[in-house]
Design a binder for this molecule. Sequence first.
Ligand SMILES: Cc1cc2nc3c(=O)[nH]c(=O)nc-3n(C[C@H](O)[C@H](O)[C@H](O)COP(=O)(O)OP(=O)(O)OC[C@H]3O[C@@H](n4cnc5c(N)ncnc54)[C@H](O)[C@@H]3O)c2cc1C
Length: 377
Amino acid sequence: MKANPDVVIIGGGLAGLTSAIHLSKSGLKVTLIEKNEYPKHKVCGEYISNEVSPYFQWLGLKIFDLQPSLISKMEFSTAKGKIISGDLPLGGFGISRYELDNYLYQKAIENGCQIIQDTVIDVQFIENEFRVFTSDNFELKSKIVLGAFGKRSNIDQKLNRDFMRKNSPWLAVKAHYSGDFPNDLVGLHNFKGGYCGVSKVENNKINICYLADYETFKQYKNIEEFQSKVVCKNPHLKAIFENCTIFFEKPITISQISFEKKEAVENHILMIGDTAGLIHPLCGNGMAMAIHSAKIVSELIIQYLDNKICSRKELEKKYTREWNKNFKSRLATGRFLSKILRMENLAGFLMQLLAIFPFLLPRIIKKTHGKPIILKS
Ligand SMILES: Cc1cc2nc3c(=O)[nH]c(=O)nc-3n(C[C@H](O)[C@H](O)[C@H](O)COP(=O)(O)OP(=O)(O)OC[C@H]3O[C@@H](n4cnc5c(N)ncnc54)[C@H](O)[C@@H]3O)c2cc1C
């Protein structure tokens, strides 16, 4: 094993892998620790906004070689099936996490990153240095640690983070299907206590992924019953499920999802992606935010290790400021929209408003999305 990396990254999802690629491209020694193997399916809507495309190009990533679906339109329906549709202001693409994360993993290795398959069980910060401990009894020392361990992890527990003490009332279900669905469309369909995203990924597969509130879900025996009695009350979802055939043996699920506020820096660990804050998936922007936060943190780390940022305190302050500037209001809009959609009357009113003033839809979408990520050099 290489001695003491400059940066240890905990978690190899989009945020962790992107920062690993960025930092190693800039000549830094990076070790990333990921508990799972690649490739692996993940619960996600798998629609990525085009705001990441210039940055991916700069990193030398040829995502379009993976033949994602190109998405430029959206349709949106209320639980009762009222529908409105429009263009996505920036558009995006559909690619499975199975393919995308594995592609980034290969690129990180090509760039010289060390990737260890193991689970981090503790991180200590002593005398201006981190010590990272894993379940296989590895101990790594480094100047910088990035927290890229996703929505909810054993490390959140270890750090006693605030959001872990609050209610996490959401679960999510996802599977890939075959069937007819337009290549260029993302559908966002509400149902009582949740919403479902439908769009194509590579190889003509359809991703159906929904978020549901646990209180409603637990009243039903299993996923099939919940889908037929609750999700398919929305006539658009009924038609989609009736016309699609599942590819997976059974859908994959995650639970205890929280949209509570988190800190961007804790115990001197710089948090990126969902570890710093999860936007409501209704906004379809969590992946782009994870990738964008990886860029912001990587640029600041490079400056810090080049002595252009003179102290750790300044690094942490700058990162928190940048994070808030780029993402805070998007998260707040996401929380606000999800609240409205859970109130049937207000949701109905919003839809009527959008039907009369359709130009408002792209404006709302813009509030939850960023601009294409600009590179300085
Ligand atoms: C239902 C749902 C639908 C969504 N749909 C979309 C969408 O369509 N478009 C969009 O842009 N966003 C969507 N999102 C959001 C998106 O999935 C996330 O924002 C994105 O995955 C964040 O990436 P990440 O790298 O922060 O976390 P992750 O991809 O979750 O990566 C975290 C990694 O850390 C690893 N890890 C955790 N703990 C440890 C440990 N102790 N040691 C080692 N490794 C560890 C995990 O195994 C994991 O691989 C959706 C989210 C949900 C819940």
